[in-house]
Each structure stands twice: as structure tokens, then as C-alpha cells.
Design a binder for this molecule. Structure first.
Ligand SMILES: Cc1cc2nc3c(=O)[nH]c(=O)nc-3n(C[C@H](O)[C@H](O)[C@H](O)COP(=O)(O)O)c2cc1C
Length: 277
């Protein structure tokens, strides 16, 4: 529970104003049971009088310039060729621990992480994913196509056929097409919690993690196929020792890079619309 130190408090009420659940009453020295323990109060208090047990330092050390961050985003790429060098369990554990500042809806912090480095397991996940996705794609056949066209439209069917062809062709060419022989896979999961937004939490975590990895000279590749396959085939969660009542929301392959991307390449300028009046 958040603590208020009456001795240090100067009743500036910055904490009251910043609290996202209007949960602080400084006059009565009380914190509401709606508190989500985000410690906005501690982060804003000039006297460290509120939530001080959770304060780990001040915020004045941020010298990152906007251009540094733009470069970082532009230089991050998905790696599909990894060095054979292993990433130590300590580095991986520390990586996930440092990533705990990634925001979560209502500050629920409900994500769990399973890190797989066992080669045989990674191969099993790779093969099960190919098998599961291939099976799903095979259900797009001459019997189901008219139904797909009727219910989802011609364009959607065309897209499905194209992804099927691409997947099947790649599976023929690269038997490691899912895990790319990466030395480690981070699986981000959580109970399907109707109150929170674990899917978004995991997505945000994943995006931030790919950037943080770059700074540690680690390379990543987000993998959506495993997430998709795990929804269809319970064996995948079993292989990962993830209980059936948990849902996998994201996975990231991580390792040291084998190749260096020399150039930064551009992306489409996004369409932006203002509604100002
Ligand atoms: C949600 C999501 C799922 C992805 N799933 C896969 C995947 O299963 N396999 C893969 O090789 N790349 C996957 N990627 C990587 C994208 O293909 C890649 O981000 C995109 O082509 C842009 O390239 P870049 O990451 O190098 O900028 C995924 C990316 C995202 C954001």
C-alpha cells in the first residue's frame, strides 16, 4: 500500500492532482482502496513524502535527444539470421527485469515471461508452428473458398490465398522459418484478464524490448506465427510449460546479430488527419 509520511508532507497536493484514480486525500492522510499502485504520487512528490518506498532515483539523468531515439527506431530491424553465440541466462533475466517499466493498463503488471533457450524445444516449437499454420492454411481449399468469398469477400479471399502461398513456399525453402535458429525465445503471456488489456501490454512491451535490445547489441525478431499457432494447438503451450489457462500474447526471438544492416531505409509517411474544430 502507498504510504504518506506526515512529517515530510508540505501539503502541496501535487500527488492529489496527479493521481489517476483521485485516490489521495492529503488532509485526511488517506489513500483510497482504488489505488493502482502506479506511484505517480511518489514520482511527483518534491519531498518524497508519498510512496517513498518505491522511489528508485530522480529523473534528471535523461540526456537522450530526440534524434538519438529516431536513429534507434530507424536502425532497429528484424533479424532472421542469428550468430550461434548463446545469450547467457543472466543477460536474458536482467533484460526482462529491466523491461518492467513498460506500461500496463491500470498498472496491472500481469505479464509473465517464459524464456526458452533449449535447442530441442526451440526446434519443436518451430516444427509445431509450421505444422499448425500449414494445417490452418490447408483448410483454405476448393470447398471452403466459396464460403470465404461469400462471408468475407473476394479481396479477403485473395489475401488469404496469397499468404497461404507465401507461407507454404517459405516452409519448403527454410525448415527453420519460424525460430530462425535463434538462441532464445521470449514468450510473453498472461491470464486472459477481462479487466486489463494484456494483449496491448504485451504489444507495448514487445515494441520497447526490440529497441532496448538494440542498445545491448542484441537482435530480435517478433514472431506472430507462434502466437497464432498456440491459439490453435495446445501442444505448443505444453512444450513451453505454459498452463492452458494462460494466453500467449507475443513472442520475440532474441540473440546476437550475425549480420549488420548498413543502411537506414525509409517507410511510408503515415496519413494523419486533424480534427481541430
Ligand atoms: C506483430 C508482429 C508480428 C510479426 N511476426 C513475424 C513472424 O512471425 N515472422 C517474421 O519473420 N517476422 C515477423 N514480424 C516482423 C515483421 O515482418 C517486420 O517487423 C516487418 O517486415 C518490418 O521489418 P523490420 O522489423 O525489419 O523493420 C512481425 C512483426 C510484428 C510487429
Amino acid at each position: 500500500m502507498v504510504n504518506i509520511s506526515a512529517d515530510n508532507c508540505i501539503k502541496c497536493k501535487k500527488c492529489e492532482n496527479v493521481c489517476p484514480v483521485e485516490g489521495i486525500d492529503i488532509e485526511n492522510n488517506s489513500i483510497s482502496e482504488n489505488c493502482i499502485k502506479c506511484y505517480h504520487c511518489g514520482a511527483t512528490c518534491p519531498r518524497k513524502a508519498v510512496g517513498n518506498k518505491n522511489i528508485i532515483g530522480n529523473t534528471s539523468q535523461n540526456n537522450i535527444q530526440p534524434y538519438d531515439f529516431e536513429l534507434l527506431m530507424q536502425q532497429r530491424r528484424s533479424h532472421r539470421i542469428f550468430s550461434t553465440q548463446q545469450v547467457s541466462p543472466e543477460v536474458l533475466k536482467e533484460f526482462v527485469e529491466h523491461m518492467r517499466f513498460s506500461p500496463t493498463a491500470s498498472n496491472l503488471q500481469s505479464l509473465s515471461f517464459t524464456i526458452i533457450t533449449n535447442k530441442a524445444k526451440l526446434k519443436e516449437i518451430n516444427d509445431l508452428t509450421i505444422e499448425t499454420i500449414s494445417k490452418a492454411y490447408k483448410s483454405v481449399n476448393r470447398f471452403s473458398k466459396p464460403l470465404i468469398r461469400f462471408f468475407k469477400g473476394k479481396k479477403a479471399l485473395k489475401k488469404m490465398e496469397k499468404s497461404k502461398r507465401k507461407f507454404m513456399e517459405k516452409a519448403e525453402l527454410r525448415e527453420d522459418m519460424i525460430c530462425y535458429n535463434a538462441p532464445a525465445l521470449i514468450v510473453i503471456h498472461s491470464e486472459s484478464n477481462p479487466v486489463g488489456m494484456p494483449c496491448h501490454d504485451a504489444g507495448i512491451w514487445t515494441g520497447m524490448a526490440t529497441l532496448y535490445a538494440e542498445l545491448l547489441n542484441l537482435s530480435t525478431c517478433i514472431n506472430g506465427f507462434i502466437v497464432n499457432a498456440a491459439k490453435r494447438n495446445s501442444k505448443i503451450k505444453e512444450t513451453m510449460h505454459i498452463p492452458a489457462n494462460k494466453e500467449i500474447y507475443s513472442t520475440i526471438l532474441i540473440g546476437y546479430p550475425k549480420l549488420k544492416f548498413e543502411n537506414r531505409v525509409d517507410r511510408k509517411i503515415p496519413k494523419v488527419r486533424f480534427i481541430a474544430e
